[in-house]
Write a protein that binds this ligand. Structure first.
Ligand code: GRF
Length: 197
């Protein structure tokens, strides 16, 4: 049975594009919605150009009421009955209640080799620490921020003279390889982690 995948974005959606373009042929999943918390997210146009239904739930009118925002988010999701949620550059913190509802069916990509550098500014932190390798991780989303079971990692070498920008530019293409590889395996029911370098 083909798995139905909803992809949540906040910005340009380059990971969303990589995921959407991978779900073809004998891939066990298909994209059914691209959903953004920002109605102006560039990724929404890219999704529409790929023929994927889109929706947005602007988080700003909800102020600090995360539960109300998530109720609207859940309603948009339930309309397409997704089996799997992929967070792809989605920049809102989700409540434990929302996460619990999707436990075991929600993935995220994070630009570091978790458990190192949970949270933001990962590339600058890896450089400041003098790390020789860096990369990205796909993990199941749990209530612990960037802390769920690891489903895949991709490594890049840190080069002399790297800046956060040059490092990010080397990690992003690896994200675009890793996330589709993990989703294909996850959608087929295989939770063995994927490692790329
Ligand atoms: C990427 O660095 C990703 O790791 C992080 O958000 C950034 C932008 O992603 N989660 P995208 O281009 O919007 O997919």
């Amino acid at each position: 049975m083909t798995k139905r995948v909803a992809i949540l974005i906040s910005g340009g959606g380059s990971n969303m594009v990589a995921l959407a373009e991978s779900m073809v042929g004998d891939h066990p999943a298909r994209p059914v919605l691209v959903l953004s918390n920002d109605p102006a997210a560039g990724g929404l146009e890219k999704a529409a150009a790929l023929g994927i239904p889109t929706a947005s739930v602007d988080h700003r009118p909800f102020g600090g009421d995360r539960a109300a925002f998530e109720t609207a988010l859940q309603a948009a999701l339930e309309r397409v009955r997704p089996d799997i949620l992929c967070l792809a550059g989605f920049m809102r913190i989700l409540t434990p209640e929302f996460i619990e509802r999707w436990a075991g069916r929600m993935l995220n990509i994070h630009p570091s080799l978790l458990p190192k550098y949970r949270g933001l500014n990962t590339h600058a932190r890896a450089l400041a620490a003098g790390d020789r390798t860096h990369g990205c991780t796909v993990h199941e989303v749990t209530a612990e921020l960037d802390g769920g079971p690891i489903l895949g990692q991709a490594q890049v070498r840190v080069l002399p003279g790297d800046t956060p920008e040059t490092l990010a530019a080397r990690v992003l293409p690896m994200e675009h390889r890793l996330y589709p590889a993990v989703l294909r395996r996850f959608a087929s029911g295989d939770r063995r982690p994927v490692f790329l370098s």
